[in-house]
Design a protein around this ligand. Structure first.
Ligand code: SAM
Length: 282
């Protein structure tokens, strides 16, 4: 079977299994099993796959038909132009979360040596990206679960961010709240109880502890705002990723807590995805 035949066959099988992004996924899978770039694939599309590559392809297609996440199969995924190790026990970085980075970098633009706290850090994709993009910053990651924190440590090494400190801790116990930060950022678990059953089959393989945000999905926003508001420097920013339809309620949480300059930002799909506010600058 040639590379071209393998690509077509993969596409067909994924489409028949009802996978929405079957074209994108087929390309990614062929790149993964051959180790070739897009251009190399175009130049060598008549090259036959080795037996090892064919067996690997068959196994991957089988896993995808069972809706095992492509990110877990590959063991790593791209986020804001860098690679992050992922696997069972950690949420895979989402493209939507890149909006959090855009808003954070805009805010950090004029700050020298900013202190940043990333709560509920998972793979570390938010904090590590900020540490890499803003090399004068010092970034603290807080994650409750060891399995996820292991990925964050590995990802920090992989991306060479020596300005990152990884802490295991619970945001409900105000871990790391004893310092003052320019920016506190979090993409916490935010799925409400009534939506937990309707998440995609792939998301069901991800840890429930990374997804469930309490009965109304807002429990973490209330706790983080309450426990960490006093950990911001004057004029410091609290910045959240929020779930679909949660932006108004999260703005309200910030407003009730006395934040000002409250605002929202849409992701690339036009969904209100980010909510932020600053503490008074006096
Ligand atoms: C939605 S995931 C976000 C991960 C990462 N920030 C990202 O954007 O991909 C939420 C993370 O919060 C962690 N978490 C859940 N409860 C926590 C708690 N009480 N304290 C700290 N982290 C917690 C989960 O393990 C998970 O890694």
């Amino acid at each position: 079977m040639t590379i071209f035949e393998a690509y077509n066959s993969t596409k067909k099988q994924l489409e028949a299994a009802g996978l929405e992004d079957y074209v994108f996924e087929a390309k990614q899978i062929i790149k993964h099993i051959t180790g070739l770039s897009n251009t190399e694939i175009l130049m060598r599309y008549t090259t036959p796959l080795t037996l090892y590559q064919q067996n690997n392809l068959t196994a991957i297609i089988k896993q995808r038909i069972a809706r095992y996440p492509l990110q877990y199969i590959f063991g790593s995924w791209g986020f804001y132009g860098r690679n992050y190790k992922v696997g069972p026990g950690v949420l895979t970085p989402r493209a939507d979360t890149e909006t959090v980075i855009d808003v954070a970098l805009k805010y950090l633009k004029d700050k020298s040596a900013p202190e940043i706290l990333d709560l509920c850090s998972g793979s570390g994709c938010i904090g590590i990206t900020l540490a890499a993009e803003c090399s004068s910053s010092r970034v603290t990651l807080v994650e409750k679960y060891e399995e996820a924190l292991r990925y964050a440590r590995e990802n920090s090494l992989l991306n060479g961010t020596e300005n990152v400190t990884c802490l295991q801790g619970d945001i409900y116990e105000s871990v790391a709240a004893d310092k003052k930060y320019d920016l506190i950022v979090s993409n916490p678990p935010y799925i409400p109880a009534d939506e937990m059953e309707t998440v995609s089959p792939e998301t069901k393989y991800e840890p429930e502890t990374a997804l469930y945000g309490g009965e109304d999905g807002l429990t973490f926003y209330r706790a983080i705002t309450q426990n960490y508001k006093n950990s911001l420097k004057k004029g410091g920013m609290m910045l959240f990723e929020v779930g679909i339809g949660e932006s108004e309620a999260v703005c309200k949480i910030l407003e009730i807590s006395g934040f000002e300059n409250i605002g929202c930002e849409k992701d690339l799909n036009g969904i209100q995805r980010v909510v932020f506010g600053t503490v008074k600058n006096i």
